[in-house]
Design a protein around this ligand. Structure first.
Ligand code: TXA
Ligand code: MG
Length: 327
């Protein structure tokens, strides 16, 4: 069992020291919980791969408190500085050319590094106190559902780590959006996430290519080595449908669960679940992983889930649902 720490000043000070000397801890961000280590310490970072059972070719995201710290670990450009000014702290991760300060294990040997500045108030305070960037992938065993509460981290990694900083349930509930900014004339989305692409397009005053949110798009996989088709997956098979009609719900077998985007009208059988009251995408995203975990633990043989509309946060929600359904 890990110690679940409240975000007091004293606990943050202790955590900084624990990380500085090579420890691993679960940490909250506004997207999902992360598994944190000192990014300047290759040995500590190698423990992240071990604990998560993550393949060594899947690089980690580094968390920094501000643009000044960003400049210590990668080459920046005017586009990155502009997006940082607009969206940081926030749910947007940049991929930029790495500097030698970052050990190769963090970037899986790539010449680039993924960097974000989280807006979670407790985690941000911790990152500010650390004189090193914090490497933190999502705190789930490789390919399983990402955690959105300290209790989720405890349930899957609690036996392998000492501390989890409890920052409450994550506001967004899906991971950050990842954008490759190495070529300023051609910013590329590597992962749909909590910051909708449309907001980036508004800031830039132009459209950005939207890669297919599919699972087996090799061009995207090649760019973001961790973007595997099967990911974020419950153990229970999940089948994705364009929609689930009242008739589908009537025909649902007892050993199947239906996962709807919003509360259906009228009475529903006990195996019908929903992600929001009224279909608001932010509510659907923030409850998605917790609900998937709950259903995974309820002994159903199959989960039937509904797709979200393909816009805004819907792109990230569908991306996660598709990967969860990949067999
Ligand atoms: O919201 C988030 O981003 C969370 C919180 C904890 O910050 N972190 C997160 O990390 O989702 P992780 O490791 O689960 O996913 C990071 C993704 C992986 O698919 C990885 O392959 C990709 O980022 N990535 C990391 N470094 C990269 C790089 N240099 N180039 C391309 N993709 C990279
Ligand atoms: Mg992850």
């Amino acid at each position: 069992m890990a110690n679940i720490l409240q975000p007091t000043e004293e606990n943050l000070r202790d955590l900084r020291k624990f990380l500085l000397f090579g420890g691993l801890a679960g940490v909250p961000t506004e997207t999902v919980y992360g598994l944190a280590a000192n990014a300047f310490d290759p040995e500590a970072c190698s423990k992240i791969f071990e604990v998560k059972q993550r393949p060594a070719n899947d690089p980690l995201i580094c968390h920094v408190p501000d643009v000044k710290a960003l400049e210590k670990i990668c080459e920046t450009n005017p586009l990155a500085l502009r997006l940082a000014k607009r969206f940081w702290p926030g749910a947007l991760t940049f991929v930029l050319p790495k500097k030698d300060t970052i050990p190769d294990i963090v970037t899986a040997g790539l010449g680039s590094v993924a960097v974000r500045c989280s807006a979670h108030p407790d985690f941000h305070r911790l990152v500010e106190q650390c004189e090193f960037p914090i490497a933190a992938p999502s705190a789930n065993p490789f390919a399983y559902i990402s955690p959105t509460t300290a209790q989720h981290v405890e349930a899957s990694l609690g036996s392998k780590i000492n501390f989890i900083l409890d920052g409450g349930p994550c506001q967004f509930g899906v991971e950050s959006t990842i954008i490759d900014l190495r070529d300023e004339s051609n910013p590329r989305i590597l992962r749909y996430g909590a910051l909708p692409i449309e907001e980036i397009e508004v800031e830039l005053g132009r459209s950005i290519d939207k890669p297919a949110v599919t699972t087996a798009d090799e061009s995207v996989q090649h760019l973001a080595p961790g973007a595997l088709p099967k990911h974020y997956s419950p153990r229970t098979p999940l089948e994705l449908r364009g929609g689930l009609s009242p008739e589908d719900l009537e025909n649902l077998a007892d050993n199947e669960a239906a996962l709807l985007l919003s509360r259906p009208a009228g009475d529903t059988p006990a195996n019908v679940f929903w992600l929001s009251e009224d279909g608001k995408l932010a509510d659907i995203a923030s409850s998605l992983y917790a609900k998937m975990r709950e259903l995974d633990e309820s002994g159903f043989d199959k989960i039937l889930a509904e797709e979200a509309p393909e816009l805004g946060l819907g792109l990230a929600i569908n991306d996660r649902l598709r990967r969860a359904s990949f067999r």
